[in-house]
Design a protein around this ligand. Structure first.
Ligand code: SF4
Ligand code: SF4
Length: 724
């Protein structure tokens, strides 16, 4: 009877506290904006939701990418699922000393599995303890992924988990001695503890009762603590994963929404509509769920190029700062009426008045230097084990700063004005877009009206590809290779304008939609079907963002097309290039769009070329520093990101650094030039596009191992076409 009364009393009290907290969190989440698109996506693809639960939650896919901490977490997670059986048994033992779960409760292998996972959980928390001790932010500073996390709560949780397992094994050991244990054998760890307790004789009766109650008390206290700490993720991570956008939070940005509907700039009402994230309640409920789900593991922070180079931005801290602010503002948000808000203490009102973005003086939640340091590289989203969508939140705040506050780095203003007035970020104008064609010795058709029926691909050249000297070399190499392979293509020439990517990434959705609509109109008039893009930013925007505005095309990146042409034997790299080459993955080609293999396949086919991967490559590739419109902003804080990347590349002792993006080409080229000037890189070191490497090998005139002028008109001879 004592067991029943104490056990149930503890359950009722803990249930009431945890339930009250969960209801408070639910009400807070409801103050966010609606997100009907998330519910609709789940309804439309229920199988996808189920699949992510299996792979991400039960399978722990992302966590297992970090082998040691991943395995430790997986053991702990799977252990707690199995140990649900032992919780049922502990509750059952309140009512009947000989309780056993129906049907399976006396099977020896069930007892074995329970003990196996109890031991696995212990191994998991020992591993976590070692990880936390060896990566202590007090010693490691910014290098520790736990820098900025609430480490005290993490230690409490480790202690809590240890107590859950310890009390479990002790009461089971005592049960073996009292004859109340349901399993005849198999529960090896409980049997060892039982052996230790055996000399205590009749005292085992008392130990059994005490530790059953302690086991329930620890579990219930842990359950309450979870609702008040970062370990809330245990309860809500599956929900967050379920409603995350798929395939993931990378690739396209989402359209601006107000009250759940896509914002129409022509009909928008500045007094009624929400323009980006200007206050915490402008976040959608899904974004609020993101905040509550963060485990503070710091995986995102450890991969962030801004954080790695000493800038104030950490994707983890963005989430934690917003979460702390949302919790502190909760009394205001949940007050229910103006009178109730007026009656709040001054500290609550002061918290409510904080701007979401602002410097120390204005007590902003997020400092502008944090907000504008983001390159949109996606490393944080890629790493986050609970599918938090950092880029969406950063973009939401940028949108409000640009569209409502007109507050953004001044140097980016020129780029935005150029986009509006001239259609390219440099303001060079449409007439310059075809200059590169004159440097070739064959005709490149420029579309006038509709694309001819004999033209297979529309070659989307992009602003950099048409106007920036280094990127123009890539453009010419691609054109030569397509021509040599007999692929029919045409370009839009002066009718092409910027896709709008830099405007969208900086937060100017208005300029983005203006440019995007103009391009979609042009593409529709031209009857474009298949598009090959040389810039991953254009590729991402046209393929994955234009469908939001009704523009649906089949878009591929030039490395995909060239790899296919090489595989089909239409392009034959024959001249050896005896160089060591390291390939830099452009974020918007690789991580955002999962194109990792084609550039590498091209390099593999070049005779003599020795590819050497950098440590940070493919999904873990490190940004060049240009994305997120950072190309048009000064980099005043910390080490330059492109220098950090080149330092890593130099570690492979390359003759050439290759890539597949004009932004990367420029950023890495600048860093290499600076290294050469400082005498830290050899004079012959080059940064080139994979297409430039390929054409060197296709051109018989190129000397083995010698860098050739890649796209000179004189070299694009009919002979080279034949050989291809
Ligand atoms: S997108 Fe890249 S730069 Fe921006 S916060 Fe994430 S990791 Fe850092
Ligand atoms: S945002 Fe994700 S990766 Fe970053 S600390 Fe939180 S849970 Fe970890």
């Amino acid at each position: 009877m004592l067991r029943i009364i104490v056990g149930l009393a503890l359950t009722v009290v803990a249930g009431a506290i945890a339930g009250r907290r969960m209801f408070w969190l639910y009400r807070l989440g409801r103050t966010g904006q609606p997100a009907p698109e998330r519910v609709a996506a789940l309804r439309e693809h229920p199988g996808r939701g189920a699949q992510t639960q299996v792979t991400e939650v039960i399978g722990q896919r992302k966590l297992l990418q970090w082998s040691v901490p991943g395995l430790a977490h997986a053991f702990t997670f799977w252990g707690f699922i199995v140990l649900l059986l032992t919780i049922i048994e502990a509750y059952g033992a309140l009512f009947s000393k000989h309780f056993a779960i129906a049907a399976i409760g006396t099977w020896a292998w069930v007892g074995f599995i329970e003990d196996l996972f109890a031991v696995a959980v212990l191994a998991g928390i020992i591993t976590f303890t070692v990880i936390r001790l060896t990566s202590d932010p007090k010693k490691e500073g910014r290098k520790s992924r736990f820098a900025g996390s609430h480490t005290g709560a993490a230690w409490l949780v480790l202690l809590g988990i240890f107590l859950v397992v310890a009390t479990l094994l002790i009461y089971r050991g005592a049960q073996i001695n009292t004859g109340d244990f349901p399993y005849p054998h198999g529960a090896f760890a409980s049997e060892i503890v039982g052996h230790w307790l055996h000399p205590l004789g009749a005292a085992n009766k008392g130990i059994e009762t005490t530790f059953i109650l302690l086991q329930l008390a620890v579990i219930l206290a842990f359950g309450v603590f979870v609702t008040y700490s970062k370990h809330l993720h245990i309860a809500i991570a599956p929900v967050n994963v379920l409603f995350s956008r798929r395939p993931n939070g990378l690739g396209p940005l989402q359209p601006m929404r107000s009250n759940g509907k896509v914002l129409d700039f022509e009909e928008a009402d500045p007094d009624e509509d929400v323009f980006g994230i200007g206050k915490v309640e402008d976040l959608s409920w899904k974004a609020m769920l993101d905040l509550a789900t963060c485990t503070e593991c710091g995986r995102c922070q450890s991969q962030c190029p801004a954080w790695a180079t000493g800038k104030p931005l950490s994707p983890k801290m963005i989430i934690l700062e917003l979460r702390d602010h949302a919790f502190a503002k909760a009394p205001y948000l949940l007050a229910g009426s103006d009178e109730a808000r007026e009656a709040l203490p001054a500290s609550a009102k002061a918290e409510a008045a904080r701007p979401i973005v602002g410097d120390e003086e204005s007590r902003g939640v997020i400092h502008p230097d944090e907000l504008w340091s983001c390159t949109n590289c996606g490393a944080c989203v890629e790493e986050c084990p609970v599918d938090i969508e950092h880029i969406d939140h950063i973009t939401g705040m940028r949108r409000h700063q640009v569209l409502v506050e007109s507050a953004f780095p001044v140097e980016a203003g020129t780029m935005l004005r150029n986009l509006e007035n001239k259609g390219d970020p440099w303001g060079m104008g449409a007439s310059k877009r075809t200059d590169w064609i004159g440097e070739l010795d064959f005709e490149v058709p420029v579309v006038e009206g509709a694309i001819g029926a004999d033209v297979e691909y529309l070659f989307w050249v992009g602003c950099a590809g048409a106007l920036e000297d280094r990127a123009k070399k890539t453009t010419k190499a691609i054109a030569q290779l397509l021509h040599a392979a007999g692929v029919s293509f045409a370009v839009l020439g002066p009718a092409e304008t910027c896709t709008g990517d830099p405007a969208r990434r900086i937060g100017n959705e208005f300029v983005f939609s203006m440019l995007a609509q103009q391009n979609i109109e042009t593409l529709t008039e031209a009857g474009a079907r298949k598009i090959v893009a040389s810039c991953p930013h254009c590729f991402n925007t046209i393929a994955r963002e234009y469908p939001q505005l009704g523009g649906d095309y089949e878009v591929i990146h030039h490395t995909q097309l060239l790899a296919q042409l090489v595989a089909d034997g239409k392009i034959k790299p024959v001249t050896p290039i005896g160089e060591r080459v390291t390939y830099h993955d452009p974020c918007f080609l690789g991580r955002h769009n999962r194109v990792f293999t084609p550039p590498r396949e091209i390099m593999e086919q070049v005779p003599g070329l020795r590819a050497q991967e950098m440590h940070r490559c493919k999904e873990r590739g490190f940004c060049c520093g240009a994305g997120g419109a950072r190309m048009w902003m000064e980099e005043r804080i910390g080490k330059r990101i492109n220098t950090e990347r080149i330092d890593e590349a130099l570690g492979t002792d390359p003759d050439t650094i290759s890539t597949g993006c004009p932004y990367c080409l420029v950023m890495l080229g600048d860093a290499v030039a600076a290294k050469k000037a400082a005498g830290e890189a050899k004079e012959s070191l080059e940064v080139v596009d994979v297409a430039q490497l390929l054409i060197r090998s296709v051109q018989q005139s190129a000397m083995a191992g010698a860098p050739a002028e890649p796209a000179g008109a004189a070299e694009a001879s009919p002979d080279s076409s034949d050989q291809a």
